[in-house]
Design a binder for this molecule. Structure first.
Ligand code: ATP
Ligand code: MG
Length: 148
């Protein structure tokens, strides 16, 4: 599906990334996108949207019932986000590494969350946690016409 191939390190894989509302509000979306580009990710698709509560709930349904769930939904619907499909060999794990730990206090220097997170909930970015999640999350937000 329009993916580039890098024969030296294996076939390209897609992962879903989100630039969360706190990062969009701080006007650092471009800096974060540059970090992905500099790390060798190809931007397969990108759009800016303001999620409605039912969409954020559907996206994060695995966390429903957890103590942080309602706060997470409130945050994710508090302003616009960027949704991206990033392509690279090993994209899922490589983006998890580039983002850093969920809790920014534990994120390594130079990671996106270390640089741009404001709290555990407002941690600047999302990245799919497995190939299976990536497939679900990409088809949750993008149709085939949006994935050239
Ligand atoms: P994401 O799914 O957003 O990429 P993640 O996979 O690192 O992050 P998850 O465990 O899937 O982390 O949690 C989803 C999101 O919920 C986190 O990114 C964070 O915004 C929020 N979150 C997770 N755990 C907590 C917590 N204990 N307290 C507050 N917010 C939390
Ligand atoms: Mg997650």
């Amino acid at each position: 599906m329009g993916q580039t191939q890098n024969l030296e390190v294996g076939p390209s894989e897609n992962t879903l990334a989100i630039i969360k509302p706190n990062a969009v509000k701080k006007n650092v979306a471009g800096k974060i996108i540059s970090m992905w580009e500099d790390a060798g990710f190809y931007i397969q698709a990108i759009k800016k949207v303001w999620l409605m509560p039912h969409q954020a709930r559907g996206f994060y349904r695995e966390h429903e019932g957890k103590p942080f769930f309602e706060g997470l939904i409130e945050f994710m619907t508090s302003g616009p986000v960027y949704l991206l499909v990033l392509a690279a060999p090993g994209a899922v794990q490589r983006n998890r590494d580039l983002m850093g730990a969920t809790d920014p206090a534990k994120a390594a220097d130079g990671t996106i969350r270390k640089l741009f997170a404001d709290s555990l909930t407002q941690n600047a970015v999302h990245g799919s946690d497995s190939l299976k999640s990536a497939e679900r999350e990409i088809s949750f937000f993008f149709n085939t016409f949006e994935l050239p």
